[in-house]
Each structure stands twice: as structure tokens, then as C-alpha cells.
Design a protein around this ligand. Structure first.
Ligand SMILES: Cc1cc2nc3c(=O)[nH]c(=O)nc-3n(C[C@H](O)[C@H](O)[C@H](O)COP(=O)(O)OP(=O)(O)OC[C@H]3O[C@@H](n4cnc5c(N)ncnc54)[C@H](O)[C@@H]3O)c2cc1C
Length: 322
């Protein structure tokens, strides 16, 4: 997405959210700045106060460049144009964080610009983290090697923007391996996102700022407030595909129960159904869960066909009514 011009396909307004159920709801444009759990009111940045019986928090995370676009449509387009310009003009691209996002991004850049030096600095011995299947992690490592992306494993990188470099130190505390410097004229941070939960009282959050919930998605302290997606503290690989999996059935059953004055009983169980990574035009790796068999590798051509053609924009547009 960062290196191709398809902006219009990836941005849609919220005008069709209630199209099939006209009059059953409305979309309010604005930023929630406060939630008053006592008074059961949400405060929006333009001063609007919206009362609720049940509140669902789903405000997601904010990342760093190249995945930190502003919210206004006109600014989003120019943001991605400037990210593309940074990549095009750089000779030494460094990606901090070798999770699925960082590796997918590094592979895309190297595939488009094979003469540029592309380096990933990652704090573990293989791409991704322990929550991912080993076949997937090895598969990603193989593609990066094939594309000649440099990967500095078990390392941490710190950008020194003024000097145009990244200082790399061993990830392991107390290691005697000396720090080294690598040239970097475009640095992209693809590490963990920060939860968008500034509006929530501290008592609802843990030290990372994520909302503490039960397996019913309800707040520990208030059964009428639910938190789903990237902002809750349920330990799992956070994915958009969980919404169409287990999240919405559990959430809707529990919300309806609370509205009827009953106890919310449906429990969310974490599941990783699969991951598909498109790594440039010719490479893709992925795994999917087969019932009773476990994780199996997906063929590259299938991932490129299913995901690579439009990065699932068609599927998501359809779910929004387009
Ligand atoms: C680069 C990248 C690639 C990914 N690829 C995949 C993939 O291939 N497959 C997959 O399944 N998952 C993928 N994910 C993960 C997936 O995007 C997230 O898990 C998912 O979007 C989380 O959904 P959410 O509803 O919790 O939050 P989001 O989708 O982040 O939505 C939250 C929304 O709330 C808005 N918001 C934030 N704060 C406020 C506020 N105070 N007031 C009002 N609105 C607010 C935000 O602007 C945003 O629109 C990817 C993530 C990244 C960053």
C-alpha cells in the first residue's frame, strides 16, 4: 500500500454503516475525549455529550510512520505520498521491528527497489514473536533472505535522525557485544502500537494503557462497558479477522443480555485462524488452522491471489456496504 497509488480504494466514508437498518443508529464524527462511567456519558471533542445504556469501546491503536496517517481524508493522501517520497529518495531504509508488519513492509520496499539497502532490526531470533507459528516465522525469514533484506536479529535499534544513522545494540541485557551504527536515511518504526485510550480513566487500564476486561469483553469494574479489538488486555495476536470470527458473536450476545437486565455469559476464546503475508510481487507466506490437524502452510500463489491483489480492500469494502 505504501508504494502504490490506490488511495481511493482504501478509504471509504461511514455513510453506509446503517444503510440496511435506516433509523436504527447514527454515526457521529469526532474524537471521544472523555467517558464518564458514573454519569454514563461519552464526551466528544466538539462538546457533544452522548448518553448510553451500554458502551462498546473499539478505538484501536496508533502506530508510528509509515502507518500513522492523520484522520482527515485530504491529509491521509498527502501523508502516504510523503511516505512514498521518503522511500523513493532513500538509499538506506531501516525498519525497526521485525514483526509481521515490519517484515511485510521491508519485503515490499526491497521488491520494488532492489538496489536500495533495506535492513530490519528485530529483538528476537526469528521474525515475529512467540505467538506466531514457527513454520510462519521460518517462512518469513526465508523470503527476507531470498530478497536480500538484511536482518539484524536479537538486536535493538535507536534512530539518530540528525546523524542519519541507527545505533544497534544487542537485545539481551548485559551483553558484551559492542554497539554498531548503520547508515539510515529513512527509518520506519514498525513496533507495537499505542492503545488509543486517553479518554478512559486510569482505573480501567493496565500499565500499557490497554483496557482490562473479562472474557465477556466487559470492564472488570462496570458490566455495561465493553472493550474489543486491539485496546483490550486479552492476550492474543490482535487481528482484524477476529471481528468476523469470534468477537462479534460473543459481543452481541453479551450486549443483548445486559440490555435485557441479564448476566453476560458468553466467553471469548482466543483463536489464530491464519496469517497471510504478501511480501512483494512474487513472494507470500502464510499459515492457516485446519480443524483437528493444526496449523498448515498456505501456498504462496493462493495468498497472492486472495490477499495480494488488493490487500483485502474488496472484502472490507463489501463489509462496509460498497
Ligand atoms: C500495517 C498493519 C497491517 C495489518 N494487517 C492485518 C492483516 O493483514 N490481517 C488482519 O487480520 N489484521 C491486520 N492488522 C491488525 C488489524 O488492523 C487490527 O487488529 C484491527 O484493525 C483492530 O481493530 P480495532 O477495531 O480494534 O481498531 P482499529 O481498526 O484501529 O479502529 C479504531 C478506530 O477508532 C478510531 N479512534 C481512535 N481513538 C478514537 C477516539 N478517541 N474517538 C473516536 N474514534 C477514535 C480510530 O481512528 C480508528 O478508526 C494489521 C495492522 C497494521 C497496523
Amino acid at each position: 500500500m505504501t508504494v502504490e497509488d490506490h488511495d481511493s480504494e482504501y478509504m471509504r466514508p461511514f455513510d453506509k454503516v446503517f444503510a440496511k437498518h435506516e433509523g436504527m443508529g447514527k454515526v457521529v464524527k469526532g474524537e471521544v475525549v472523555e467517558v464518564d462511567g458514573e454519569g454514563k456519558v461519552v464526551v466528544v471533542d466538539d462538546g457533544q455529550r452522548i448518553s448510553y445504556d451500554v458502551l462498546i469501546l473499539a478505538s484501536g491503536c496508533t502506530w508510528a510512520d509509515p502507518i500513522s496517517p492523520p484522520t482527515a481524508k485530504s491529509e491521509i493522501v498527502s501523508y502516504f505520498q510523503s511516505m512514498r517520497a521518503n522511500i523513493v529518495s532513500a538509499n538506506n531504509v531501516v525498519v525497526l521491528g521485525g514483526g509481521v508488519v515490519g517484515c511485510e513492509f521491508a519485503a515490499e520496499v526491497k521488491d520494488r527497489f532492489p538496489l536500495k539497502s533495506v535492513t530490519v532490526v528485530h529483538n528476537q531470533g526469528l521474525p515475529g514473536s512467540e505467538s506466531y507459528d514457527m513454520k510462519l516465522r521460518r517462512g518469513i525469514a526465508n523470503v527476507l533472505e531470498k530478497l536480500e533484506v538484511n536482518v539484524l536479529y536479537d538486536s535493538r535499534g535507536e534512530e539518530d535522525a540528525e546523524a542519519g544513522k541507527v545505533v544497534v545494540t544487542p537485545a539481551e541485557e548485559g551483553s558484551s557485544t559492542p554497539a554498531k551504527e548503520i547508515p539510515a536515511d529513512a527509518v520506519f518504526k514498525c513496533s507495537i502500537g499505542k492503545p488509543n485510550t486517553k479518554y478512559a480513566p486510569d482505573a480501567w487500564k493496565d500499565s500499557r494503557g490497554v483496557i482490562k476486561v473479562k472474557q465477556t469483553f466487559q470492564l472488570l469494574s462496570d458490566p455495561t462497558i465493553f472493550a474489543i479489538g486491539d485496546i483490550n488486555d486479552i492476550i492474543e495476536t490482535k487481528q482484524a479477522t477476529h471481528a468476523s470470527g469470534n468477537t462479534i458473536p460473543v459481543l452481541s450476545a453479551n450486549v443483548l443480555a445486559v440490555l435485557k437486565g441479564e448476566e453476560a455469559k458468553k466467553l471469548y476464546t482466543t483463536q489464530l485462524n491464519g496469517v497471510g503475508m504478501v511480501m512483494g510481487r512474487r513472494n507470500a507466506v502464510g499459515v492457516f488452522q485446519l480443524p483437528l490437524v493444526g496449523m498448515r502452510q498456505l501456498p504462496s500463489f493462493a495468498i497472492r491471489k486472495f490477499k495480494g491483489e488488493d490487500m483485502l480492500a474488496g472484502v472490507f469494502n463489501k463489509s462496509l456496504g460498497y
